[in-house]
Write a protein that binds this ligand. Structure first.
Ligand code: G3H
Ligand code: ZN
Length: 294
């Protein structure tokens, strides 16, 4: 099955395909262990910063190895790429998917450039075991925080940043994207206040874009479980998680090094890190309902 098959199944069967961001091979190891154990399909994402750290072709190579060794459907996404050229570089490097995020631009400009990426992606195939056209995600409405980190302050979401269903419909129709990312009360990272999703807006956007396009929830960290379940019922079928994995990673690393200050062997101090990431990814896979969906 190809990426769109998993997303279509998710929508029909009311579950969400997990999208986990990685910065390194350690995080990837933990996520893939969880997916293998729970038999979950996966999207792995690298933002422009994450991809710069790992290396574009190295990210592609790592995913290919896990696909073969673990026999898992894993799809690599160039997450939040903010220019046409950066998105095209990822396509050329062999990514399965790109998220062209021009949500900060005017709608006209966003549509024009997203369409350019869709046309470029349609002319290429990823260098993977799964031969299918590259999937493209676009975004309208903006998320007030850019980074996947902990914010000590309360973060308010201005109403004008939220996605308007009619703009979502126009964007999807004119660009031909496969996946659509809205702003519906979500934000990147973990803020002092609890996130509150706008379910009526999610339902209206799902209705406006129809049943062929995936509806992606960014900023999935620290959204309470009951809200995640409700969002899936309202038509979300793809959820991004980054900060909670980063927190699990760094907490495990800090704890281990505090308890073993003389340890210098990476495979020893990274073992509990991989385990912590695995637990967190498993928790999200179970919550999203993607268990046993490969
Ligand atoms: O694209 C990445 C995500 O939207 C991550 O959001 O850091 O809140 O989990 P998060
Ligand atoms: Zn995001």
């Amino acid at each position: 099955m190809i990426l769109s098959d998993y997303l279509n199944n998710a929508l029909k069967e009311k579950w969400a395909l997990p999208h986990f961001n990685i910065s390194d091979a350690v995080t990837l190891a933990g996520i893939c262990e969880a997916a293998k154990e729970l038999k979950s399909p996966l999207m792995i994402g690298t933002s422009e910063g994450e991809r710069k750290f790992i290396g574009l072709r190295r990210a592609v190579a790592m995913i290919n190895v896990y696909r073969e060794e673990y026999k898992l459907p894993i799809f690599l996404n160039a997450d939040h790429h903010r220019s046409v050229s950066a998105a095209e570089e990822a396509v050329n490097a062999g990514y399965d998917s790109v998220h062209i995020d021009l949500s900060a631009a005017k709608l006209e400009e966003n549509i024009k450039s997203t369409k350019e990426v869709v046309e470029y992606a349609r002319s290429k195939f990823p260098i993977s075991n799964f031969q299918f056209p590259i999937s493209v995600e676009g975004e309208v409405g903006y998320l007030v925080t850019e980074s996947s980190k902990i914010y000590k302050e309360t973060i308010q979401i201005p109403p004008e940043s939220l996605t308007k269903p009619e703009e979502a419909a126009r964007f999807v129709q004119e660009t031909g994207v496969d996946r659509f990312a809205p702003a519906v009360g979500n934000l990147h990272g973990i803020s002092a206040n609890v996130k509150q999703l706008d379910f009526e807006r999610i339902k209206a956007i799902r209705k406006a874009i129809g049943g062929e396009v995936a509806l992606v929830l960014h900023g999935g960290s620290a959204i309470p479980d009951d809200q995640i379940k409700e969002a899936i019922k309202c038509g979300i079928n793809n959820i991004h998680i980054n900060t909670e994995l980063r927190v699990a990673y760094t907490e495990a690393l800090r704890k281990f090094l505090a308890e073993h200050p003389d340890e210098t062997t990476p495979y020893k101090f990274f073992a509990p890190v991989i385990e912590a990431v695995k637990q967190k990814a498993a928790e999200k896979i179970t919550l999203f309902g993607s268990k046993s969906k490969i």
